[in-house]
Design a protein around this ligand. Structure first.
Ligand code: NAD
Ligand code: TDX
Length: 337
């Protein structure tokens, strides 16, 4: 069996590949794994270093929008697990062209090649953000899509293209919509690793707006286990919400991080709000629980403490990824008057 993992050098994709190639998903123990990744700022060879020696793993540097590349790696593929995307909301506010290109056009290119070459399963990894924002209650999978950010709009578009490939070409597509992930190897542009690495380097935590926005945090290992389950047992053409971790306001999240890192409230800086900042996400996970028997396993307190420890122990991984302060790190210019 051959599995094509797009975006396998990013945060979640690399966790999936590390697990896949070290026996965490027994149904795929014999599978050959091909990672297709463009190695953008978010793709990192260090994320795959722990399994770089695996004889089952091949890494291809290439763009999912490039038909020639995709048509080279797709033949012989049984399962596609599609993680590759532009994934950071703040970047999509600054400019969304790359989001539309990779997330929509790239997904279309992969789907077409998967249909042409007869792949027997395509798992499209999507997000709860496609539903928009919800004050109370939780979204079931058939809730209308009302994305607010350019990132979420590009993911919603790709979800619809993926589902249309199932209806039109009978491609066995499953779409998953997961809540916020956390864990090791997450780029320090995202909230938890940004806050942790700021505190580890003596910088304040930038809290957007009133800090009362709510996110449902799920450990990356629980997300990847759900994806392996959907790949093996999901019904083609179906959407599966994944979540059921821990809902927290950003303020509450920051309080827990301050406690874990022994820092005081003076380390929190309230900053201007994000444009179109979704107030709350909450997915109804009844379907994956009842149909596939899925439940998250990592308790949030333990997962968060382990994640903070991982960042404290892996400065060599994240220090090169943090944005440098203006003027360059540590450079002081003396001005004489
Ligand atoms: P990430 O930004 O860490 O990784 C994205 C990976 O895709 C990188 O390795 C990057 O190099 C690669 N990539 C980008 N453009 C590419 C292109 N054109 N061709 C080939 N490779 C390309 O993202 P992540 O946080 O690991 O998210 C992975 C997927 O999961 C995304 O589809 C995202 O929408 C979805 N998701 C993320 C979360 C979360 O909390 N991070 C939650 C739900 C769903
Ligand atoms: O500096 C910050 N200050 C702040 O208050 C940053 C970076 C974030 N935040 C807030 C915004 C959100 O309410 O923290 C919350 C989480 O922010 P992000 O880590 O940027 O995540 P979010 O926007 O919720 O999107 C994430 O979850 C869904 C991922 O980036 C997406 O890829 C995924 O689809």
């Amino acid at each position: 069996m051959r599995i094509l993992v797009t975006g396998g050098a990013g945060f979640i994709g690399s966790h999936f590949v590390r697990q896949l190639t070290t026996g965490a998903y027994p149904e795929y123990d014999d599978a050959e794994v091909i990672v297709l990744d463009r190695f953008t700022y978010a793709g990192n060879e260090a994320n795959l270093a722990p399994v770089a020696g695996s004889s089952r793993l091949r890494v291809v540097r290439g763009d999912i929008c490039d038909t020639a590349v995709v048509d080279t790696v797709m033949p012989g593929t049984d399962l596609v697990v599609h993680f590759a995307a532009e994934s950071h909301v703040d970047r999509s506010i600054a400019g969304a062209a790359e989001f539309v290109r990779t997330n929509v056009q790239g997904t279309h290119t992969l789907l077409q090649a998967a249909a042409d070459h007869g792949a027997s399963r395509f798992v499209h990894v999507s997000t709860d953000e496609v539903y928009g924002s919800i004050e109370h209650g939780s979204w079931p999978e058939d809730h209308p899509l009302r994305p607010n950010s350019l990132y979420a709009a590009s993911k919603a578009s790709s979800d619809l293209v993926a589902l249309a490939f199932h209806r039109t070409h009978d491609l066995p597509v499953c779409v998953t919509r997961c809540s916020n992930n956390y864990g090791p190897y997450q780029n320090p542009e995202k909230a938890i690793p940004l806050f942790v690495t700021n505190l580890l380097t003596g910088h304040p935590v930038p809290l957007y707006g009133d800090g009362r926005n709510v996110r449902d945090w799920l450990h990356v290992d629980d997300h990847c286990r759900a994806l392996a389950l959907v790949a093996a047992e999901g019904t083609p053409g179906e959407i599966y919400n994944i979540g059921g971790g821990t809902e927290l306001t950003n303020r509450d999240l920051v309080s827990r991080l301050l406690e874990l890192l022994d820092a005081g409230p003076e380390m929190v800086e309230q900053v201007a709000d994000r444009k179109a900042h979704d107030r709350r996400y909450s997915v109804d996970c009844t379907k994956i629980r009842t149909e596939l028997g899925y439940a998250p396993r990592v308790p949030f307190e333990q997962g968060l403490a382990d994640t903070v420890r991982w960042y404290a122990d892996h400065r060599d991984w994240w220090e090169p990824l943090r944005p440098q302060p203006a003027g360059g790190a540590g450079s002081l210019t003396e001005v004489s008057c």
